[in-house]
Design a protein around this ligand. Structure first.
Ligand code: GDP
Ligand code: ZN
Length: 400
């Protein structure tokens, strides 16, 4: 057979194979059930975008990862102990086989992580066999991940496995839209920090963050800082009233005079808290007030980090000396209302959701339709005007 014939034959065979592949793929597709009405449709879509339970967010390949972790757990009784009992082994301990330890990732940079092992934190590389391929995510490891680390007497370690995540906060990847980037794993609450003045309290932003927290199944808490700048008490009370009515935990602070710092500490204790809020509202001042050693420690971490091989830290988790972690990264502050459509916005305002089915039109936008139960409630002050303004502003920025 001539070379040409051989090449032709190979080409035809490849084409046949491709066609067969396509056919089987098409057959695998299951038909989506017809949706009953627009509310169900909205909630279905919303559901698909919610990453609350671990099962739902379990990436492909996670099962294998779990299995390998299980194997490691059996091989080493150390990591079989419950996490709270876990204490890191002393680095001086004799090491024949590599020591397997459990820790939490507190800083991630390209190809390297800093892992908190309890008594110390070490730089770790990633075991080459760990991959993000087929997980649906672009990153293999994120801050907050609980990991198994092997340490062979040296000061650096290797991440062998990533333990199952409770929750993740993810956003669409900048370059690959079909994939998501995990911004933080295992966080459980969001502290929305705003200031009364300088900058002026921005209710719309608070409301956006409350929705974003809810979508990601994280508890949203509001901290209003710089209350030393409150001049008109009545105006202040009116501004915070809707949140009190909704039962959202409010922490009123002044990093300047120390008001509310004790309460803030209690709110953060033993939680992994995502910090959000405009620049200048006082996040760093508050962190330094709740944890006096933090400033020092952050500086130490970054200078040690910059001596390492990789200097650009993507995000970091700050361990609090009284228990818990705080994550404060610009990347996190961008997390928005991905997946929320105009037609389901009112359902994210609990006080509006209650009334939405009383409007005359089932597809009422609550903006200008007659006989709108929500606008009626705003007129009689049953719904706060500020919250309704947020609704209008957010509505205008959402897709149909
Ligand atoms: P961040 O950008 O959110 O981290 O805000 P910073 O902590 O850097 O604070 C911004 C500015 O607000 C600084 O000049 C602080 O001194 C000031 N600031 C912080 N907290 C308070 C407060 O409770 N009251 C007043 N009056 N100023 C504050
Ligand atoms: Zn309406």
């Amino acid at each position: 057979m001539t070379d040409y014939n051989k090449a032709m034959k190979k080409h035809l065979r490849t084409q046949e194979l491709r066609k067969a592949c396509k056919k089987t793929k098409r057959r695998q597709k299951t038909k989506k059930p017809r949706r009953k009405n627009w509310i169900d449709a909205a909630y279905d879509e919303y559901d698909e975008l919610k990453f609350d339970t671990f099962e739902r967010i379990m990436p492909r390949g996670e099962r294998e990862r779990r299995r390998s972790v299980e194997q490691m757990t059996n091989a080493n009784a150390e990591i079989n102990r419950p996490e709270e009992e876990f204490t890191a082994k002393s680095p001086q301990e004799p090491s024949g086989d590599p020591d397997r330890l459990q820790g939490q990732v507190i800083e991630v940079s390209t190809g390297m992580c800093r892992v908190n092992l309890g008594e110390e934190s070490i730089l770790c590389s990633l075991r080459g066999s760990l991959t993000a391929a087929e997980t649906g995510f672009t990153n293999i490891v994120a801050v907050g991940d609980r990991v198994v680390v092997s340490k062979n007497g040296s000061s650096e370690g290797v991440i062998e496995a990533i333990l199952p995540r409770d929750k993740i906060l993810a956003r669409p990847d900048v370059f690959y839209n079909h994939l998501r980037q995990i911004v933080v794993a295992n966080a459980d609450q969001v502290l929305i920090v705003a200031s009364w003045r300088q900058p002026h309290l921005w209710a719309e932003l608070i409301d956006r963050y409350l929705i974003a927290s809810e979508i990601n199944d994280l508890t949203g808490l509001i901290c209003i800082n710089k209350i030393d700048l409150v001049e008109d008490q009545a105006e202040f009370k009116a501004a915070i009233h809707p949140y009190l009515q909704l039962g959202i935990q409010l922490i009123l602070t002044s990093a300047r005079d120390g008001t509310g710092i004790h309460q803030l500490r209690e709110v953060l204790r033993d939680h992994t808290t995502v910090l959000t809020g405009l620049s200048g509202v006082g996040k760093s001042s508050l962190l330094n007030a709740v944890h006096t050693g933090l400033q020092l420690r952050t500086k130490q971490v970054s200078s040690r980090w910059s001596q390492g091989r990789h200097t650009t830290s993507l995000s970091s988790l700050l361990p609090l000396d009284f228990g818990g972690y705080v994550i404060d990264t610009p990347g996190i502050r961008e997390f928005g209302l991905v997946g929320v459509h105009r037609s389901d916005l009112a359902y994210h305002f609990p006080e509006m959701a209650r009334l939405a089915n009383r409007c005359q039109f089932t597809d009422c936008t609550h903006l200008d339709e007659p006989a709108c139960a929500i606008r009626r409630a705003v007129a009689t002050n049953a719904i706060s005007e500020n919250r309704y303004h947020s609704y209008q502003k957010i509505y205008a920025t959402l897709p149909e």
